[in-house]
Design a protein around this ligand. Structure first.
Ligand code: ATP
Ligand code: MG
Length: 327
């Protein structure tokens, strides 16, 4: 494909993130439907060239667990990345629409993410760096694929937004400034699986007290909720935050927990867990293996592939195509 801006018609906005926005588009000369990510960058010509070169790795990816790419081009001051369109969207949108995801489907997500991570690392020596529900996509064939992996260090440096790279799915060692390893992706996978199976982001006190959680929970504000800056916050977290900030509430009346408060929790509090007994021992063991706070104690992808829940989930009888047809 020789991609240029004039050849696209915009069909629909799919969503906005911190780095830019994603549009459903049609590439008119070929009739192909694509997802086009538009990223505003602040980069000199040499840096722009390097970004395009690095993005080429995306084009070279060939795995059923990785979004395929049609290519990238510059449209000053933006960079546009054209990728495979996934008609069922991302798993954050899916669970916000249909509620907590069936644990057997979550098992399929775990298998797909592990396979995707293995492919990226073994074949291209790249670490994903941004595993979270909004970067795990689904289509009506029931395929589960990863997008937005860290192919371009130069692109990350050039994005005109200070908060890029800060995420609520970050591992304790990452928050404390350690260099990135595939183990950090495993932490993010654990948080993601918890969120999908419970239907709620795990770092809030209401997450653990399952009985009165409905009383404690804040009303959801999905449309303008920017996950890497603010997270929904329970009554107890708010009290704690007020205590720590000596009566000064953070972020507009304390409806949300600041990223600082959340990161403090990730580093200092025990890891969140699946509610015990609800989903079975195997998923609990798997999530606990992902959410070891010490990266040396955390399982490697190779070890996780051997765990009972993964061996079972590969052939758990779920028809993903039929599942994707239910919403
Ligand atoms: P952040 O910027 O914090 O990483 P994000 O992942 O939600 O957040 P984007 O990567 O810009 O932000 O994506 C915005 C939304 O677009 C996603 O939530 C997803 O639902 C949708 N999206 C992204 N890529 C595709 C795709 N290839 N096909 C269909 N929908 C997509
Ligand atoms: Mg994304």
């Amino acid at each position: 494909f020789d991609l240029k801006n004039d050849d696209f018609t915009n069909l629909q906005e799919l969503g906005q993130g911190n780095g830019g926005s994603v549009m459903k588009v049609q590439h008119v000369p070929t009739g192909t439907i694509m997802a086009k990510k538009i990223v505003l960058i602040d980069a000199k010509p040499a840096e722009r060239k390097k970004i395009l070169l690095e993005l080429q790795i995306m084009h070279d990816c060939d795995s059923p667990y990785i979004i395929s790419s049609y290519g990238a081009y510059l449209a000053e001051p933006n960079i546009c990345i054209c990728m495979e369109f996934m008609d069922k969207g991302s798993f954050d949108g899916i669970y916000k629409r249909i509620g907590a995801i069936d644990i057997k489907v979550v098992g399929k997500v775990a298998v797909a993410v592990l396979e995707g991570l293995r492919y990226l690392y073994d074949v291209h020596r790249i670490i994903h760096r941004d595993i979270k529900p909004s970067n795990i996509l689904c289509n009506s064939a029931g395929d589960i694929k990863l997008c937005d992996f860290g192919v371009s260090g130069e692109l990350i440096n050039s994005i005109a937004n200070t908060f890029v790279g800060t995420s609520i799915y970050m591992s304790p060692e990452r928050i404390q400034g350690a260099t990135y390893s595939v183990k950090s992706d495993i932490w993010s996978l654990g948080i993601t699986l918890l969120e999908l199976s419970v239907g709620q982001f795990p770092f809030s006190d209401s997450f653990s007290d399952s009985d009165d959680s409905d009383l404690e929970r804040e009303p959801n504000t999905p449309s303008n909720h920017r996950d890497s800056l603010q997270v929904p916050m329970s009554a107890t977290s708010k009290r704690r935050a007020r205590r720590r900030s000596k009566g000064v509430s953070l972020h507009g009346g304390g409806m949300t927990m600041s990223i600082i408060e959340l990161m403090h929790q990730i580093v200092n509090e025990p890891s969140p867990r699946l509610p015990s007994g609800k989903f079975g021992q195997d998923p609990e063991d798997f999530v606990n293996a992902c959410l070891q706070k010490d990266p040396d104690a955390r399982s490697t992808p190779a070890q996780l592939f051997e765990m009972a829940w993964i061996l079972y989930s590969r052939q758990n009888g779920v028809d993903m195509r039929a599942w994707a047809d239910t919403f």
